[in-house]
Design a protein around this ligand. Structure first.
Ligand code: HEM
Length: 193
């Protein structure tokens, strides 16, 4: 049942969430626009890897389309000066295998949950760096005023799914993202900070 499953998901990924926050050091990163650009590049690699496999396994584009945020990341990076070739050359995470709808929902839990804290990050960037940066905040604005509604609608979809598959994919996706954020990659050298 959904509330029980959601509570289990939250509990099972709480440590990974904290580790992500610690590893991201988002306030330090966004102190400069270059740092913000690097953070976007990192999240772009995550969405570029996971969105296609989630979309395929969900097989419900009406539900998933408004939750796709790769195009927002590309638009923000473009506004921050990366051209299409630079963006296409950014590293992309290797996603976990999502063999069922339930596992796709588990992975999507991580992407959708990131819209919650993302609101704080978006507001901070806009306040710190002004209108130019605010224009490059579409990823962190995410669902904007619809964030609560979208989150509740997402959680409602957790009903009637195989709990174990959702949970396993949620934990594995969080772990994949935690490692992706922690591991030094070429993007850090390629984009000056
Ligand atoms: C890419 C990195 C992140 C991911 C994938 C992520 C993921 C998640 C998920 C899945 C949830 C939902 C927890 C639940 O089931 O209730 C959540 C909630 C939350 N996250 Fe994050 N998070 C990330 C980064 C951050 C950062 C950097 C912050 C700090 C600003 C943050 C602050 C929050 C807050 C405040 C909530 C709770 C919001 C609420 O209950 O209304 N998150 N996040």
């Amino acid at each position: 049942m959904s509330s029980g499953l959601h509570a289990r998901l939250r509990a099972a990924t709480a440590d990974a969430h904290q580790a992500l926050e610690d590893g991201l050091q988002w306030e330090a990163r966004i102190a400069t626009l270059d740092g913000y650009r690097m953070l976007l590049a990192l999240m772009r690699g995550f969405h570029a890897g996971f969105e296609p496999v989630i979309g395929q396994a969900l097989d419900d584009e009406a539900f998933f389309a408004p939750r796709r945020r790769l195009a927002l990341l590309d638009a923000d990076l473009d506004r921050l000066g990366l051209d299409a070739a630079n963006i296409a050359a950014l590293p992309v995470i290797t996603p976990i295998t999502l063999a069922t709808k339930a596992s796709a929902y588990g992975a999507l839990y991580v992407l959708e949950g990131s819209t919650l804290g993302g609101q704080v990050i978006g507001r901070t960037i806009a306040a710190r760096h002004g209108p130019a940066a605010e224009a490059a905040c579409s990823y962190y604005r995410g669902h904007g005023r619809d964030t609560g509604r979208m989150w509740n609608a997402f959680r409602a979809h957790l009903e009637a799914l195989d709990d174990d598959e959702v949970l396993a994919a949620g934990v594995a996706t969080f772990d994949a993202l935690r490692l992706w954020v922690a591991e030094p990659r070429p993007v850090r050298a390629a984009i000056p900070v």
